[in-house]
Each structure stands twice: as structure tokens, then as C-alpha cells.
Design a protein around this ligand. Structure first.
Ligand code: 5GP
Length: 177
């Protein structure tokens, strides 16, 4: 079995690179079909999604744009709720077909808090494409349109995902051993 070491922890291979690439191709084909004659704007959430976003976007045959944003969270001054805002959003989303590209939807908290501010920019539509989904971890239900792989509730690294800054550069996905 292939294992890797990141910082102090051992991880075992969970999804080989070939399998990941096959699945990304399938997702791209699905998006190519669903958005035929449209010009979607991919909004990739940094840092984790950069590898998935690049591989996916490379196989998109539409007149599609891609933009990269970071989501910063802060505590609202008056409300008790958490607010997630986008850093680096330099695109006019008004009337656009937006496809959010995520590395992983875990509890759903990030997207749950971020989506309202995105809706305020009045895009024509918003869909979500995520490389990974952990259904068992859901505490904030979010409708996801394109899922690469549904995985158990265990920590993973590789293919863009890190453990304390390291491990993003692997083409395969690894699970805590
Ligand atoms: P959520 O807001 O859905 O709970 O969490 C989303 C974020 O948590 C992801 O974008 C990612 O940064 C981080 N995350 C959740 N699960 C994992 C995991 O198994 N591995 C890594 N590397 N990051 C994770």
C-alpha cells in the first residue's frame, strides 16, 4: 500500500491519480453538456481547489472564464452570525452563470455563510462543483450540483488539499492512516 508522511502523520492512498482524472473528465463533460451555448464563470475558492479547478477547466469546451477568490470569515458587528466574504472578487457577476469550484464540502459552513453574499451580486444562476463531499459531516445543508467523490468523514490530503500547509502537491488523494 502506498503511504506518505506529511509533518508528523502517516497517510495511505485513498484515490489514485488516474481515478481522479477519470472522474474530473466525467464532471467536465457533464458541465459541457449542461452549459451548452452558455458562457459560465468558474469561481474557484483558494487555496484548496486550485488543482481541481485547473484540471476541470482544462477540459471545458465552452467560452468559459475562471476567477480565483479567497473566502475570509469575520464576525458581524451587530449580528451574532458569522459572515464570509470574498477576497479578490474583481468580476461583475450580474447576470452571469456562476459555477463555484470547491476542494471539499465538509460541514457546509463555508458555503452556507458565503452564498447569501454571492446572491446579492445578482448572478443569473449559481451552481456548486466540489471535488470532495463528506455527507456524514454535514451540519449546514448546501445543495451541491457536481460532486467528484463522496468520502467518509476522515481527514484527507493531496490533490490540492493540505495538512498544515503541506501535501497539496500530490496527484492522488490520501487518508489519515
Ligand atoms: P466546511 O466549511 O464545509 O466545513 O469546510 C470546508 C473547508 O474545510 C475546506 O475548504 C477545507 O479547507 C477544509 N477541510 C475539510 N475537510 C478537510 C479534509 O479532510 N482535509 C483537508 N485538507 N481540508 C479539509
Amino acid at each position: 500500500m502506498v503511504t506518505i508522511r506529511v509533518h508528523d502523520k502517516e497517510f495511505k492512498e485513498y484515490l489514485p491519480a488516474v481515478l481522479i482524472q477519470q472522474r474530473v473528465t466525467e464532471l467536465a463533460q457533464q458541465i459541457n453538456t449542461d452549459y451548452a451555448n452558455k458562457q459560465p464563470l468558474f469561481l474557484a475558492i483558494l487555496n484548496g481547489s486550485f488543482m481541481f479547478a485547473a484540471d476541470l477547466y482544462r477540459q471545458i469546451k465552452l467560452d468559459a472564464e475562471i476567477s480565483f477568490i479567497k473566502i475570509a470569515s469575520y464576525q458581524g458587528m451587530r449580528s451574532s452570525g458569522q459572515v464570509m466574504s470574498a477576497v479578490g472578487m474583481d468580476q461583475d457577476l450580474h447576470g452571469r452563470e456562476v459555477i463555484i469550484v470547491e476542494d471539499i464540502v465538509d460541514t457546509g459552513k463555508t458555503l452556507h455563510h458565503f452564498l447569501p453574499s454571492l446572491h446579492q451580486l445578482e448572478p443569473a444562476s449559481i451552481r456548486i462543483a466540489t471535488f470532495l463531499h463528506k455527507p456524514e459531516a454535514t451540519t449546514f445543508p448546501v445543495l451541491i450540483d457536481y460532486v467528484g467523490f463522496s468520502i467518509p468523514n476522515q481527514f484527507v490530503v493531496g490533490y490540492g488539499l493540505d495538512y498544515d500547509g503541506l501535501g497539496r502537491n500530490f496527484g492522488a488523494l490520501y487518508q489519515l492512516a
